[in-house]
Design a protein around this ligand. Structure first.
Ligand code: URA
Length: 262
């Protein structure tokens, strides 16, 4: 990824300006592998970092069925992208299709080294058919810029492609219905690093019910790809504390480092 520059201090100031951090805590070494703090609450509806769901998956539903499309090695990726997007645009596999204005497939560089995964479209995304274009998206843009990257250089998509009513957290069966699309997008992009934004994306890809607070800031692995969970931008906007913003910055610093190494 050519956009990452070496001016670490400048980059950090950039980021902190973008995130509205006024005083700069001392530079900390990368968090130890066992780091992590306690998980903040999120509202019942809205985006971001849900506390671990107490509700079990409906009987017989395997939340985490690996669903790689056959023919993974075939050269014609363009055709696969086209077919996949067409499938998403006409998808009626779960109840969410009924309320959509647009399915929100994903956007950005289909050969990106960095891939962000959010939760699901909100109002603006549903209207425009593009992920992360509302307030949370504006913050994500700032985060990406502070990393020295352009939005067009990364790939951005969501766990579910249709907007859940009232921006509620997607239900397990909705995630399951949609997850093949996400898996295939990841396989097609083949990024060097994945960043999951918030609990639903993290839980979906890491097959865990652990909370985001204990997962973020540490490297995980999705099918051989390093995966860094961080807070969802919508959560950062709701919980606009220096601690939360700094946590995101620490996570993104690790991502930048990993991209440099890979
Ligand atoms: N929140 C998400 O998780 N995804 C979007 O596309 C927008 C907001």
């Amino acid at each position: 990824m050519n956009g990452i520059h070496g001016g670490a201090v400048l980059t950090r100031l950039h980021f902190e300006q973008a995130m509205g951090i006024e005083s700069v805590p001392p530079v900390a070494p990368p968090p130890p592998a066992s780091g992590g703090t306690e998980e903040p609450r999120r509202p019942v509806s809205g985006r971001g970092d849900a506390a671990p769901s107490a509700a079990p998956a409906p009987a017989g539903v395997d939340l985490f069925t690996p669903a790689i499309t056959p023919g993974a090695g075939e050269p014609d990726k363009a055709a696969r992208w086209k077919a996949l997007e067409a499938e998403v645009q006409s998808c009626k596999k779960c109840r969410l299709h009924a309320g959509r204005t647009n399915a929100v497939f994903g956007c950005g560089n289909k050969q990106a080294r960095l891939l962000f995964v959010g939760e699901g479209p909100g109002f603006d995304e549903d209207q425009q058919g593009v992920p992360f274009v509302g307030r949370a998206g504006q913050l994500l843009n700032k985060i990406i810029a502070a990393m020295g990257l352009k939005r067009e250089e990364v790939y951005i998509c969501n766990v579910v492609k249709c907007r859940p009513p009232e921006n509620r957290t997607p239900a397990d069966d909705e995630v399951l219905a949609c997850s093949r699309y996400l898996y295939e997008q990841i396989e097609l992009v083949a990024p060097s690093v994945i960043v999951t934004l918030g609990a639903p994306a993290t839980k979906t890809l890491l097959q865990t019910r652990q909370g985001i607070m204990s997962m973020r800031g540490k490297w995980h692995n999705f099918r051989g790809i390093p995966l860094m969970p961080t807070y969802h931008p919508a959560f950062v906007l709701r919980q606009y504390t220096q601690e939360v913003r700094s946590a995101v910055w620490e996570d993104m610093k690790q991502v930048m480092e990993k991209l440099k190494q890979s």
